[in-house]
Structure formats: structure tokens, C-alpha cells
Design a protein around this ligand. Structure first.
Ligand SMILES: [Zn+2]
Length: 284
């Protein structure tokens, strides 16, 4: 999916042992080519990818049951170190944090997603906080999102959100694998729910403007990964005495559309907002 530059130039650079070894290790770990790692690092250093969301498929397609994977986790990792998504066949919840991709499975287990795992929907970015603060005595999802609303100076840009801390109470769900064509509301009727107490972890996610509801889940979409990597999922409710909050405003959107037969044939003309609120919400 990652396209090579339209016209390219060969650049010869001499690297010391330390940098070269680190480059080789990175390539082995992620399956990326050395050229790709260098191009990405240079783009980041020159601020060419800052404030860019890289997204695979659309929320409207997900609502219609388009769950066949169209990019690999390794491709997503080339475009971001932070984000969320799901896997082939709606097989669990995905969390991308600090460049590692995790798969929360419906049986409650969490594993590192292999680079060749397929994904039908993903939202990623290179997270660079442009606002930080501490939130005290967060009593609920409604309380948290109300406070986050108050920090936003525009309803028209995307925002990446990272929250770290101990969650005295947290409720999350993990979707169960679904057959293609089963719509998202039906598929999420069979989700696994988890209620945990005193979990140290990080929440990653996005706020999406209402006008973009056919593209991404409008409002807040947050996934949890515990610090011990044993618990993860799509957050529904939470409570915390103190959270460190980081926000990253996003003004560029790179949208990668699947060319799978089911996507090409799907009717995406409707407004998926109500179905998304039922499938992704229920923050009661
Ligand atoms: Zn989710």
C-alpha cells in the first residue's frame, strides 16, 4: 500500500556502526525495507508527516460489514506509531502504541499483532503532543468527554488523544469475529465485555468531527492497553483519580480505500452515524 515517491533520487549516506545496527534491527522487527525506514525517518525529521492521519477504509464500510483485510499491519506501522483499528473478519480490537501493534481478542487475551496480519479498518498517526495537562477525579466517560470537549477550540479538525494513568474502574468490549456481510450493529451484539479495577494503562484514540462521520467514527473513539499488555479493548466507561492527557491536533487526512470486491460493491451512500453510535457507543 505504501507508494514509492513519484520521481525518486538516489542518495548515498555513510552510517556508523550504531546507526546501521539499529536500522537492521528495525527492519528485522517490522519487515520494512531499509529505504523505507530512512524515508520515513527523514520525512518525520523534516516535519513532512506531522499532523497527518493515515486511515484505511471508512466507518461507513465497517457499518456495512466490509471486514476483509486490505492492508497489513506492517503497512500501517509505516505510517504511524499510534492509533486503533480492527483485524480481518472483525477479529478483535487493535491498539497501536509506541510503534507496537496489539490485538485484543474476544477471549480476553492480548497479543502482539504480526506484521503480516490483515486489517480492514485502521486509523494511525505519528503522535506528537501539542497540548498536555493532568485531569483529576475523572468520574465517568461522560465526565471525561465533556472535559475534552472544553479543550477543543474547533469542531472541524481531528484530534489524537493519549491518556495515561491508573483506571480505578474501566469497562471495555472486544468484538467477536464476524462473517463478511454481517452488519456492524449485528456483529457487535456478540461482543465480549470486561469490567476491571485498578488497571494501569494507556488509552489511545481519536476525536472525529461530525461532518466526517462517513469516514471515521464521529466523536470519541478510544482503546485501552494496560501497561502489562494483558488487558485491552474498546473503552465504554471509566473512572480515574488522575490521568495525564496529551492531545495532538490533526489537519491532514490520508485515506486508503480498499479495492476488495466487497468494498467496491458496498452501498456507502447512507449516513452511518446512528449505527456507529449503537455499535461503538453504549457508554452507559
Ligand atoms: Zn473501537
Amino acid at each position: 500500500m505504501a507508494c514509492p515517491p513519484e520521481s525518486s533520487h538516489d542518495v548515498h549516506v555513510r552510517l556508523g556502526d550504531g546507526l546501521f545496527t539499529a536500522l537492521q534491527q528495525r527492519c528485522r522487527r517490522t519487515g520494512e525495507s531499509a529505504s523505507h525506514v530512512i524515508r520515513e525517518a527523514l520525512a518525520a525529521a523534516l516535519d513532512l508527516e506531522h499532523h497527518t492521519i493515515y486511515q484505511v477504509s471508512t466507518s461507513g464500510a465497517l457499518v456495512q460489514g466490509v471486514y476483509r483485510g486490505c492492508v497489513r499491519v506492517g503497512d500501517v506501522l509505516q505510517h504511524g506509531d499510534f492509533g486503533l483499528g480492527t483485524f480481518e473478519g472483525l477479529d478483535g480490537e487493535g491498539i497501536l502504541l509506541d510503534g507496537c501493534c496489539w490485538q485484543a481478542c474476544a477471549d480476553g487475551t492480548v497479543r502482539q499483532a504480526p506484521a503480516d496480519a490483515l486489517a480492514p479498518f485502521w486509523v494511525a498517526t505519528r503522535f506528537q503532543a501539542d497540548h498536555r495537562e493532568t485531569l483529576s477525579a475523572v468520574s465517568s466517560w461522560a465526565d471525561l468527554t465533556g472535559r475534552l470537549d472544553g479543550l477543543r477550540d474547533s469542531a472541524n479538525l481531528f484530534v489524537a488523544i493519549r491518556l495515561r494513568g491508573v483506571f480505578e474502574r474501566i469497562r471495555y468490549r472486544v468484538v467477536c469475529k464476524a462473517e463478511p456481510g454481517v452488519d456492524l450493529v449485528s456483529a457487535t451484539n456478540a461482543q465480549a465485555m470486561f469490567d476491571l479495577e485498578n488497571v494501569a494503562g494507556t488509552i489511545v484514540g481519536f476525536w472525529t468531527p461530525s461532518y466526517a462521520r462517513t469516514i471515521n467514527v464521529p466523536g470519541y473513539h478510544l482503546h485501552l492497553l494496560s501497561d502489562d499488555h494483558r488487558h485491552a479493548g474498546h473503552v465504554l466507561e471509566l473512572q480515574s483519580r488522575e490521568l495525564s492527557l496529551e492531545l495532538h491536533r490533526e489537519s491532514h487526512l490520508q485515506l486508503v480505500l480498499p479495492e476488495t470486491p466487497e468494498f467496491l460493491k458496498a452501498d456507502l451512500s447512507g449516513d452511518p452515524a446512528a449505527a456507529l453510535a449503537r455499535a461503538e457507543g453504549d457508554h452507559s
